[in-house]
Design a protein around this ligand. Structure first.
Ligand code: SF4
Length: 691
């Protein structure tokens, strides 16, 4: 890896799951400039518009710099004493399940690790969930059902090597821009065919060979039809199916009954039959096929079934674990994958262990010498805020996320935050959520703290500090440990820095792991200070004494008890976004190219605001005409959960009967324009994902 000038620091972008390497430089006047890290294998020096503007987001404007209690500035000691006392008293009086943590894919792996350890091992509840629940929990559940473990088999190189890439529920051009550029470069080099499955004609669809504007929520039917077609076309890999899988006959039977022909699928999905046939024929004929899926698949009341419908097609053709092929879930956040590694979800344990295996619970309990090990899954995001609203969760700590805007049915979430007896928020800036905090704890931001993150292809990279921590802000891991010590758990939370936490995380991954859990980074358990500092980006697993496995599931063996992958027979369960005569438009939401989450960082950069400076509702010409709406009009949008207002953009990119409102607009930037206010809180029975 190339040496850098002393003034430049190698770190990782804090935005999307591509996980691009960034070189940051601080000038004598304090100004920060960034450039892409040519040595980082995720981006090879490229950055998108958001990443390129990172240097313009490091000012202290709007920063939380001092702890506050009830709006009054105070000392860390007073704030931490109060947090620890209120959590301890609540637990003593009402039990461990009366408290909850809602955390974030923005946290570093080391932060995540100690938060999870405190809640699941020492408080004795699993009421810790992350905003990644809204991003990729359906992929986690789908991977576990099919593979036995939350495994992303492939790497970004597979996109370079594929002949066909199917992008489903993924506006990759805007949401994972550098990955998309890499795909376009591969197409230039080898003629890769690109298919986009999305109700909206997105920027991604502009460049594709085939766009299927599928009706929202009909993905299972489309992929069940594909499975049936693969059988008819005679491209099932019988050797692989027989030796490496179970459940094929039932999955095929259900798929064939439901999706009897491309014509039936086309009618059910709102597509032209010729387009469905073309997709099926391309897929059947192309061995090197990668199916990339993202939030459009995951964020659904049937997200897990959609994931398994996709995986079924790859298992049936044996297209998994080999170069240029496989199902590939791309994560939305910079460390959604790292959170999965340490059990950041309420239904997971650390290091890819799970509550449904008592031996896993006991293993983690032994490793931590945990005095109060949680033994069952806790409240997932939507349920957690319901519990905060109805009094079951009496003390809630929100870390580095803005649920008052980003959660579905966000009006109810705001009511819950208001009524919850004790709310702590640790964050970098003031947000719509910090308004509800009884105690506000100022956290260190990107560029001020160090640790690791893991991107969509299982590649761990360092985030490194290059700025001093301002005011009295503290790193998240330290805030959590400070509270843990005051709650009486001091011996288990005496880390002197993120490296010590990382080593423990690595040791746990290898603890009593005899190859049955693929997540194993035991080779890093004794990593030296200098090596952690240097830490080139690397994939997991990194098992002790084993070579690093870049691609997983290469040998047709899976981390299930019998070593076989499981087909899951899935059915199309209605549509995800039901419409009726009163509310005839299905609203879709997603990202803008230049904004990130609730805009707390990107909203401060004028050039990122310039492209879309105000909330905009995209609507099809026919639907606009029927409502008398024209470009620039102010639309009042209502759902059964709330309302929003946005300027109208009439667009052929929208399928009639659907509309699109970006997810980003918080109360800081626009009154009543949050897509979360309109979204249904229905959630997936397996993953807890919502529509
Ligand atoms: S593609 Fe994602 S990780 Fe890369 S620079 Fe852009 S936002 Fe950052």
């Amino acid at each position: 890896m190339q040496d850098l000038p002393a003034t430049e620091v190698r770190t990782t972008c804090p935005y999307c799951g591509v996980g691009c390497g960034v070189l940051a430089r601080v000038a004598a006047d304090g100004n920060v400039t960034v450039r892409g890290d040519t040595d980082h294998p995720a981006n090879f020096g490229r950055l998108c518009s958001k990443g390129s503007a990172l240097g313009e987001t490091t000012s202290l404007e709007g920063r939380l710099l001092v702890p506050e209690i009830g709006g009054r500035e105070t000392s860390w000691d007073e704030a931490l004493d109060l947090v620890a006392r209120r959590f301890s008293e609540t637990i003593e009086k009402h039990g461990p399940d009366s408290v909850a943590f809602y955390i974030s894919g923005q946290l570093l792996t080391e932060d995540y690790y100690v938060a999870n350890k405190l809640m699941k091992g020492f408080i004795g509840s699993a009421n810790i969930d992350t905003n990644s629940r809204l991003c990729m929990a359906s992929s986690v559940a789908g991977h576990r059902r099919a593979f036995g473990e939350d495994i992303v088999p492939g790497t970004y190189e597979d996109l370079d090597q594929a002949d066909l890439v199917v992008l489903t529920g993924s506006n990759t051009a805007w949401c994972h821009p550098i990955l998309y550029q890499r795909l376009l470069a591969a197409r230039e080099a080898r003629g890769t065919k690109i298919v986009v499955i999305d109700p909206r004609r997105t920027a991604t669809a502009e460049e594709c060979d085939l766009h299927l504007a599928v009706d929202p929520g009909t993905d299972v039917l489309l992929f069940n039809g594909l499975l049936a077609h693969l059988d008819i076309a005679g491209v099932i890999d019988r050797n692989f199916v027989d030796s490496s899988t179970t459940g094929f006959a039932e999955a095929l039977s259900v798929a064939s009954a439901e999706a009897s022909s491309p014509g039936a699928v086309a009618a059910g999905c709102g597509l032209a039959e010729a387009d469905v046939r073309l997709l099926y024929e391309l897929f059947a004929a192309t061995s090197r096929t990668v199916t990339v899926y993202s939030q459009g698949v995951n964020q659904s009341a049937h997200g897990t079934d959609k994931v398994n419908a996709i995986i079924n097609c790859h298992l049936a053709t044996g297209r998994i674990g080999q170069p240029g092929m496989g199902p590939f879930s791309v994560t939305g956040q910079p460390n959604a994958m790292g959170g999965r590694e340490v059990g950041g979800l309420a239904n997971q344990l650390a290091a890819h262990m799970n509550f449904d295996r008592p031996e896993d619970v006991e293993r983690v309990e032994r490793f931590w010498s945990a005095p109060a090990m949680a033994r069952q899954a806790g409240l997932k995001a939507v349920d957690m805020f319901r519990a905060a609203g109805d009094g079951r969760a009496k003390a809630l700590w929100v870390m580095g996320t803005n649920p008052a805007v980003s959660m579905p049915d966000s009006a109810r979430v705001r009511t819950a935050l208001k009524s919850c007896e004790f709310v702590v928020v640790s964050d970098v800036t003031r947000t719509d959520t910090t308004r509800y905090a009884d105690v506000l704890l100022p956290a260190a931001a990107w560029g001020e703290k160090g640790g690791t993150v893991t991107n969509s292809e299982r590649r761990m990279s360092r985030q490194r500090p290059f700025l001093p921590v301002p005011g009295n802000a503290r790193a998240d891991w330290r805030i959590i440990c400070d509270v843990a010590q005051r709650m009486g758990f001091g011996d288990a939370f005496t880390y002197d820095g993120p490296l010590e936490i990382f080593r423990e995380h690595a040791r746990l991954s290898a603890f009593e792991n005899h190859g049955d859990r693929l997540f194993d980074i035991g080779a890093l358990a004794e990593i030296a200070d200098a090596e952690y500092e240097h830490f080139p980006p690397r994939h997991w697993p990194q098992a002790s004494g084993e070579p690093c496995a870049e691609r997983l599931l290469v040998d047709g063996r899976f981390p299930t008890p019998d070593g076989r992958a499981r087909f899951v027979a899935v059915r199309q369960e209605g549509v995800a976004l039901p419409v009726d005569a009163k509310r005839p438009i299905a609203l879709n939401s997603g990202r803008l190219r230049d904004q990130w989450h609730t805009m707390t960082r990107t909203g401060r950069v004028p050039r990122l605001m310039a492209n879309v400076p105000a909330p905009t509702l995209e609507i099809a010409p026919l639907d606009a005409h029927r409502r008398g709406l024209r470009d620039g009009d102010l639309a009042h949008i209502s759902s059964r959960y709330g309302f929003a207002r946005a300027r109208v953009t009439v667009s052929d990119n929208q399928k009639p009967g659907t509309a699109f409102l970006p997810m980003h607009w918080s109360g800081h930037f626009a009154a009543n324009a949050g897509a979360g206010s309109l979204a249904t809180p229905l959630s997936d029975p397996f993953s807890g994902h919502r529509n």
